[in-house]
Design a protein. Sequence first.
Length: 197
Amino acid sequence: MTRPKRVCVFCGSMVGAREDYAEAARELGREVARRGLGLVYGGGAVGLMGIAADSALSAGAEVIGVIPHGLLKREVGHGGGVEMHVVDTMHERKAKMAELSDGFIVLPGGFGTLEEAVEALTWAQLGIQAKGVVFLDVAGFWTPFLDVLDFMQREGFVREAQRPLAMRATTVAEALDKLAAFAPPPGTQPWLRPEQA
């Protein structure tokens, strides 16, 4: 197991209804910098995205944004200090974020945040990538979703051995510690190219 160098954060382009969400984004940025890590994120200057990026930058961390052309103006692409990658599609965005990072932390967010997190889980389930996915359960935000995953497991749609791919943390420090300690569960097979099958 190698020590993570960069952490990808999936989070909302809005700030949400609770100050707790913004504070978690600020704390994540600070703690990423304190641990000598880089931050990879969706490239926007608004919402929790902008808060996490600004906090990491202020604390001296490397910050890399990945944003599609179509969202560059809508999400007000971050300016100073962020190494920005502008891509053509949302698919390219997710692939680039995964390529640049060593694990994922999921802050509160909406449809896009959830979709990014679930795709990262699917890639881990299939062995396409072997990187941890931690839901930072700020003020219980992710508890209903994680309950749904438990229900899926009970109903026979998620294997018991693979349910732990979706990890839960209640603090930023716990989330980063879980990423650092992550190892794919037994039975997760690496993705095979046709010539390897």
